[in-house]
Design a protein around this ligand. Structure first.
Ligand SMILES: Nc1ncnc2c1ncn2[C@@H]1O[C@H](COP(=O)(O)OP(=O)(O)OP(=O)(O)O)[C@@H](O)[C@H]1O
Ligand SMILES: O=P(O)(O)OC[C@H]1O[C@](O)(CO)[C@@H](O)[C@@H]1O
Length: 444
């Protein structure tokens, strides 16, 4: 549970917004009767009614979220505004759509024409790496949604915060958009603190990126729909592999460092799956009611079985040892897919049972996919709302979607903890029902 209070949900602002937004002028002319968003517009939720534990404040009081959208008055003068965009961490479908949406939103809606891309993540702020900033215009980004990945490149690894803010200052950047996961957003927050310490008026806005869908107070993050849609078709093909052999077992490993949302949703979309293993639930492997024996029962009955495993699942099965970390300090999980394949092979050999085990790891293929249409639309909306918020002078915020509304949330609230599957909640119970996997395979 988060130890968050109501006041933690207040989004910071650089100062009073005093410039009449160009959108407002045009919008008023085009549709004078339409409502316009006032700064104080907030969406109030009764947290005690919320299905997500993570939505509760520590005091169980209603939490209010700042509603995203265009403001009548803006903080930055568009003709004098310079914006920069950076993408960090792992790839995710839709990053290029977000970049495109940011550039077009700034350029066409607000008339901000001085837009730059920082190359290869936070490295791009550090001159030693030699990554030049690239000028972004609608013409440069017009086709980038047709490609997966990020046209700006990405990276992991800590950079010197002071040196990064030196670059922002030297380049006279007024708004920084960071597209990235938990780490990128934490980095954004630290950058913002240094900006404040120096008394600079630079707005920072985060667009949360993770196929794992594990960001707090976000119904979903961009790229997640594409990820599990792509995963579902791979799971279907794996099912064909499993059924194509007598006692065929197919294992598909999907991403999900701490949360099993991709695995759970792919299995719901493709109900041929017999077992879903996720990080949120420690399963028993070897006991009489453990995974291997349950798998055997399934194979005995139908002569094939399909297993979907999230990369962070089953880590308790490995011997404790030195943790391997990536450049950013994230734990690199031991390969549960290979472990399952080996253990299943051994188990069936010990049982004198013929079995054909196929292991499929499509992780990077899924992550670098092009966004499906639903995600493309979502990316564009997120980007536009990030532009609205930053132009209004909000800072240190992330844009997201929660309870069918686009919202602005202070970064520390979004990064306070990770969203996980509630194993007593409806999503996991649907998975158990769909797969038919026994509930007592789980220790906890
Ligand atoms: N607390 C922090 N302070 C400063 N920089 C940070 C912090 N946490 C992470 N970063 C930096 O943010 C960048 C991205 O972090 P990271 O590699 O963890 O990816 P991420 O944004 O979490 O995305 P993914 O979900 O794909 O892992 C890296 O350059 C990392 O060093
Ligand atoms: O191989 P990389 O680039 O370190 O990324 C792997 C990580 O990326 C994620 O998809 C998060 O973006 C995790 O699920 C996974 O652990």
């Amino acid at each position: 549970m988060n130890d968050l209070k109501r006041e933690d949900f207040e989004v910071k602002k650089l100062g009073k917004a005093t410039i009449l937004s160009p959108i407002y002028k045009n919008y008023k002319e085009a549709a004078p009767d339409k409502e316009y968003i006032d700064d104080s517009r907030r969406i109030i939720y009764d947290a005690s009614l919320d299905a997500f534990n993570s939505a509760k404040s520590s005091e169980e009081e209603p939490i209010s979220f700042l509603k995203a959208g265009a403001r009548k008055d803006i903080y930055f003068d568009p003709s004098k505004t310079k914006a920069a965009i950076v993408t960090c961490g792992g790839l995710c479908p839709g990053i290029n759509n977000v970049i495109r949406g940011l550039v077009n939103g700034l350029y066409y809606r607000y008339n901000v024409k001085n837009i730059w891309g920082i190359q290869y993540g936070y490295q791009g702020f550090i001159s030693d790496y030699g990554h030049e900033m690239v000028k972004l215009t609608p013409n440069v980004v017009k086709d980038i949604h047709l490609f997966g990945g990020t046209i700006l490149g990405s990276s992991r690894g800590r950079q010197d915060i002071s040196a990064m803010v030196d670059t922002l200052e030297r380049e006279n950047i007024n708004i920084l958009f960071t597209i990235g996961g938990d780490g990128t957003l934490s980095g954004n927050h630290v950058i913002q603190q240094e900006i404040e310490r120096r008394g600079l008026k630079i707005a920072t806005a985060g667009i949360p990126k993770t196929i794992d869908n594990d960001v707090n107070f976000m119904t979903k993050t961009f790229g997640f729909d594409t990820a599990f849609t792509t995963a579902a078709s791979i799971v279907r093909d794996a099912h064909n592999e499993a059924t194509g052999a007598y006692n065929g077992v197919a294992i598909v490993k999907l991403m999900g460092r701490d949360s099993g949302f991709i695995a759970a949703n792919a299995a719901l979309a493709m109900p041929d799956v017999n077992f879903v293993l996720i990080p949120e639930s420690k399963f028993d492997m070897y006991g009489p009611k453990g995974f291997l024996n349950e798998l055997k029962k399934r194979v005995d009955e139908r002569h094939h079985a399909l297993v979907v495993v999230a990369e962070g699942a089953g880590q308790h099965l490995f011997e404790e040892g030195d943790e391997v970390l990536d450049k950013s300090g994230n734990v690199k999980h031991k390969d549960i897919g290979v472990y399952l394949k080996d253990e299943i092979n051994k188990f069936f050999a010990d049982e004198n049972m013929e079995a054909t085990v196929k292991y499929i790891d499509p992780s990077y293929i899924i992550r670098s996919e092009v966004a499906i249409p639903a995600d493309s639309v979502f990316c564009n909306d997120l980007a536009l709302n990030a532009v609205h918020g930053a132009m209004a002078g909000f800072t240190d915020f992330v844009v997201g979607r929660w309870h069918n509304q686009f919202t602005y949330l202070p970064i520390p609230v979004a990064t306070a903890s990770r969203k996980k599957i509630d194993i007593d909640g409806p999503l996991w119970w649907s998975v158990l029902e769909t797969t038919g996997q026994p509930i007592n395979m789980y220790n906890e």
